[in-house]
Design a protein around this ligand. Structure first.
Ligand SMILES: [Fe+2]
Length: 331
């Protein structure tokens, strides 16, 4: 039974994500159902909310809480790195080398439909590091150099991907199938230009808007993965190896200006510096749940040591076309 049925209080501290302490001794999913409006209102107001103190016994409990918080859990479309699937709509965190930073990004910002809400839960916190960073995408847009944002607003951005057998997400991981006809059909229907290579690999190119308008609150936001999926964000040794092995055009992923020009290392550095200046961090504790407005707020993951068991869900899909992208969607 709950100790109190009153509306939980949300703690706001500078440099910290909004925090709600769940004080109860019942079923976490019941608590989430009872407090769903409070949780969703807080995310709409602040762009993010950390819920601490839920007694999450395992993936099933997490799934129940996620389903209570979200309208719809969705599949992970076109992932660039694999996740473990725990159940329908319930995934591990993206598999990424623990000693490498995952830079700021909005989940699947390169797809035509992306999650409006991201849900994260911690079952085991790492020994050290592993914080999730959060950055307000409207503040980032305001802080970036005007000439840089103007060009991306006018042109949009391009994501290029090459699917090899050896590295990065496989065709089956990215598209749910390795059947050529099915993959080709997916690309045609999702505004992805594609070309099968003589060695059997696939190269794709998708052109998207870099600045969107939030479909609910109307804020203009820097919404893309120009920095994170750039060759200049890769570990230099990894990049050098990949360029040597596959050629500059054959990297597993890279980003370009909307007109196809390369994005310089200096631009990517500025993007990551502005993100860093606007980052608040969630130092995970076991049983924490984090709700993130995926359009309003970018997220990242810091390097860590030791086991780190995180679950994630993509929820409440939003259509790119409903966010007034400043550059046209095209292949
Ligand atoms: Fe992510």
């Amino acid at each position: 039974m709950p100790l109190s049925s009153s509306t939980p209080h949300i703690h706001l501290s500078p440099g910290q994500p909004p925090l709600l302490r769940a004080e109860f001794d019942g079923d976490p999913a019941d608590w989430a159902v009872r407090n769903r409006d409070t949780l969703r209102t807080a995310v709409a107001e602040h762009g993010q909310l950390l819920v601490r103190g839920l007694g999450l016994s395992g993936p099933d409990a997490v799934a129940s809480v996620f389903r209570a918080c979200a309208h719809t859990l969705m599949a992970d479309p076109e992932p660039f790195a694999p996740r473990r699937t725990y159940g329908e709509g319930l995934y591990s965190a993206t598999k990424w080398p623990p000693n490498q930073q995952m830079c700021m990004h909005h989940e699947v910002s390169y797809a035509l439909d992306f999650p409006g809400l991201m849900l994260f839960a911690c079952l085991e916190a790492p020994v050290s590091g592993g914080a999730t960073g959060l950055a307000d995408a409207a503040a980032v847009l305001d802080a970036l150099p005007a000439d840089l944002t103007k060009r991306f607003e006018q042109e949009g951005w391009v994501l290029t991907r090459t699917y090899h057998d050896e590295i990065g997400a496989s065709l089956a991981e990215a598209f749910g199938t390795d059947d050529r006809d099915a993959v080709s059909a997916y690309c045609r229907s999702h505004a992805i230009d594609f070309a099968w290579q003589s060695d059997g690999s696939l190269r794709t190119r998708q052109h998207r808007g870099a600045v969107l308008r939030h479909p609910v609150d109307g804020r203009r936001v820097w919404f893309n993965q120009i920095a994170f999926l750039s060759e200049w964000t890769m570990d230099p040794e990894v990049r050098d190896y990949l360029v040597e092995e596959y050629g500059a055009e054959g990297l597993p992923f890279n980003t370009l200006y909307g007109n196809g020009d390369p994005v310089g290392e200096d631009v990517v550095r500025v993007l990551n510096e502005v993100y860093e200046a606007h980052t608040v961090r969630v130092g995970w504790q076991a049983c924490d749940v984090l709700l993130v407005d995926n359009i309003r707020t970018a997220h990242s993951r810091e390097p860590f040591e030791g086991p780190r068991e995180m679950l994630a869900a993509l929820a409440d899909p939003v259509r790119l076309a409903d966010c007034a992208p400043t550059a046209g969607v095209s292949a």
